[in-house]
Design a protein around this ligand. Structure first.
Ligand SMILES: Cc1cc2nc3c(=O)[nH]c(=O)nc-3n(C[C@H](O)[C@H](O)[C@H](O)COP(=O)(O)OP(=O)(O)OC[C@H]3O[C@@H](n4cnc5c(N)ncnc54)[C@H](O)[C@@H]3O)c2cc1C
Length: 661
């Protein structure tokens, strides 16, 4: 057999072993079906356009329209971003058909149906209870990053967050954000006491583990007992763990020095002087240059910053890593707080936050659902903050003529302009088009508009903005990342191996874990290892060696060009190899996959390495979020922090800028 034929044969065989050809819940059948059900023609348009227009308006009204159960490529799913990219690429208006006036008029139009957009509607109605509001959202679901993944496996409903996991923040919730939670009946401290159920794993003694893969470390080996970036490991336990790893002697000594040593690499400097030095170098450089660790530690620690920043330790400042409690700083004996140079406490200082911590089984999608239930009666059943988890949703009620609030999914806002001079304008015109691109453009009018959408795209929507503001908005580059949810038929393999979570320094996903258990209302997390379970996996496509925001731009490109098939093959391979000794068979045990791809994920945050000495008033979010006539700007981007409370706070600010101007 020719070598290339042999390679093909081997990879086909491997695909069969992995179960690539097995029928599981992964492809987006529903979406495909909806595209086939073209509704009746709208009057006055050529038949093809009328059909397309009617279909776009009505997709969410189709019987059975329920995006949380769609699997395969989710997050920024196919069909959600192509229209926006046509606008970005500059030739949209050359090809766009004449703009069709829908004849609709609102008090407020909101671009973006994430937590910020939904909160903006809530705040506006507080001030103007009779207002009519339209929310336009490019995804097939509301909630933005607060996304619900819903699986049905062997008769059981399983929920997971496809994005935002929890009610938590580096800072205590503001009165405004707390007010939203209270209005919705959400009391996180109480819910956490009633509903969190760590005993499921604790009682079985399930531990953290690290998987060393042969491509990176020369051998496939799962080692339990280590790999928790924020846990303090006592020296004997750490040494026992390291002895089982394939790491070299030199790397092991360095890991012990970093994690349990008390080295002060900056003796003689004050705490403030030390912090200033830490704000000028990356965590990687701190470990290598200041602590003089063996270079081999990079492969072991490189993903320790993935979950908070979406990129590796080479692009995040040492002071930020100290702030969140990563190892290696004990000997410096630093006093709490940021440095003067940073101007304010960055969001990364989570350890000092004192915020709530609670998560719903579907993450903050429950907050989005609660907001929608409050804004548009009849969309969701139920009446309290616990029954929301299993509440039934009727998406056909989201956009009903005459309703106080309407949510129009699958459409992207492509232009917003003041009607007349921004200083004296009395209204705005908002144009939108089908999110999947290639469609007709529609126009509605409103007294005012909140752009609760991704800030870096706003210059394309509002080319009339001042140049300095557009430049600042473009700088608000979001973090690309992937939250993958995998349904497995049982979790016997985890129980047999005694593990609940795995760090994978060389893995396609850099960590994975069993779903965090919560029992709330009628929803029960799986208890027995014989029951189906969801596994959360994290992948960050950043490109080491560049600055953080350049890594994110490169990562976004990589993410958008990666097929679902590539993800699926890697997921199967990674879970199969890691859990092999527990008897896991990816072909048999995987029941469904949702890859929540977020090319525009976390809002950008202050990074001492990039933002250095920039005075607070010059930060891009402050310049970028200025009100422009009757158009105000919200979204977590405008608060430069990727947290739910920030999205709410920014919505409040934007709404009040309009109301008070
Ligand atoms: C993977 C992930 C995990 C997270 N985990 C947490 C967590 O555990 N706790 C926490 O507090 N925060 C978390 N965050 C951050 C949190 O999700 C956000 O701060 C918050 O939900 C953002 O809400 P938002 O409305 O500002 O933005 P988004 O949720 O991004 O919503 C904006 C919406 O606007 C839409 N949009 C964009 N452009 C247009 C347009 N032109 N027209 C129409 N619509 C448009 C977008 O598609 C999107 O749906 C996480 C974020 C991500 C990505």
């Amino acid at each position: 057999m020719l070598p290339e034929k042999k390679g093909l044969h081997m990879s086909k065989k491997r695909d069969r072993e992995l179960g690539m050809e097995r029928p599981i819940a992964r492809r987006d059948f529903l979406q495909g079906a909806a595209i086939g059900t073209v509704a009746a023609a709208a009057g006055g348009l050529p038949p093809a356009l009328a059909a397309a227009a009617a279909q776009e308006k009505l997709a969410q009204n189709d019987p059975g329209y329920y995006p949380p159960t769609r699997l395969g490529m989710r997050g920024s799913h196919p069909g959600s971003f192509e229209g926006a990219h046509e606008v970005r690429d500059g030739d949209f208006w050359n090809h766009a058909e004449g703009v069709e006036d829908t004849g609709e008029s609102f008090d407020l139009v909101i671009a973006g149906g994430g937590i910020s957009g939904l909160s903006a509607a809530h705040f506006y109605l507080q001030a103007k209870p009779k207002a009519k509001i339209l929310i336009i959202e490019n995804h097939d679901d509301f909630g933005g990053h607060a996304k619900r993944n819903e699986f049905h496996v062997d008769g059981r409903t399983l929920l997971m967050n496809g994005g935002t996991m929890g009610i938590e923040s580096p800072y205590p919730y503001s009165k405004v954000a707390d007010g939203v939670l209270k209005h919705l009946g959400v009391y996180p401290t109480q819910l956490s006491k009633q509903c969190d159920d760590p005993a499921i794993y604790d009682s079985r003694g399930l531990k953290q583990a690290v998987f060393f893969d042969k491509e990176t470390f020369g051998t496939d080996r799962l080692v339990t007992g280590g790999g928790s970036p924020y846990a303090h490991h006592e020296r004997p336990a750490l040494e026992a763990f390291l002895a089982k790893t394939p790491l070299s002697e030199a790397v092991r000594r360095s890991v012990v020095m970093i994690e349990s040593g008390a080295v002060d690499p900056l003796p003689g400097l004050s705490s403030d002087e030390k912090k200033d030095r830490l704000s000028r170098l990356s965590y990687q450089d701190y470990l290598l240059q200041m602590l003089k660790a063996d270079p081999g530690i990079v492969l072991y620690y490189r993903h320790y910053t993935d979950d908070l920043w979406g990129c590796g330790i080479d692009a995040i400042s040492a002071i930020d890593c100290w702030g969140v409690g990563l190892p290696g700083f004990q000997g410096l004996k630093l006093k709490p707080g940021a440095t003067d140079r940073m101007g304010y406490t960055p969001a990364g200082f989570a350890a000092t936050g004192g915020s709530y911590t609670f998560h719903y089984p579907d993450g903050n999608a429950s907050i989005a659902r609660l907001l929608v239930r409050d804004l548009i009666p009849g969309v969701l059943t139920g009446r309290n903050a616990t029954d929301i988890v299993t509440a039934k949703a009727d998406y056909s009620k989201l956009d009903r003529p005459g309703a106080r609030v309407r949510i129009r999914l699958n459409n992207v806002v492509v232009r917003v302009r003041n009607l007349g001079d921004p200083k004296s304008a009395r209204g705005v015109e908002v144009a939108y088009t089908p999110a999947k691109g290639g469609g007709k453009v529609y126009r509605v009018r409103a007294k005012e508009c909140v752009l609760a959408s991704w800030n870096m795209m706003i210059p394309y929507l509002c080319p009339e903005l001042p140049a300095e503001q557009k430049k600042a908005l473009h700088e608000l580059v979001k973090t690309p990342l992937v939250y993958t949810s995998v349904a497995i038929r049982n979790w016997q393999s985890f129980a047999k191996l005694g593990i609940r979570a795995v760090q994978a320094p060389g893995g396609y996903h850099s960590q994975f874990r069993l779903n965090a258990p919560v029992n709330i209302g009628a929803y029960e997390s799986p208890h027995s290892p014989d029951e189906p379970m969801l596994v959360y996996m994290l992948r960050t496509p950043a490109k080491p060696g560049l600055s953080e925001r350049e890594q994110h731009k490169a990562g976004r490109y990589d993410l958008l060009s990666t097929t679902f098939e590539t993800f699926e093959r890697n997921i199967r391979d990674q879970l199969g190899r890691t859990l092999a000794d527990g008897g896991f068979d990816p072909a048999r045990d995987i029941a469904g996959i949702a890859v929540n791809r977020w090319p525009h994920g976390y809002a950008p945050e202050y990074n001492a390495l990039v933002d250095g000495n920039t005075p607070r008033e010059k930060m891009p979010n402050l310049i970028g979020r200025q009100r422009f006539g009757r158009i105000a700007i919200a979204n977590s981007d405008s608060g430069m922090a990727a947290y739910t409370d920030v999205a709410m706070n920014q919505a409040w600010r934007a709404v009040h800028e309009l109301l008070e101007s």
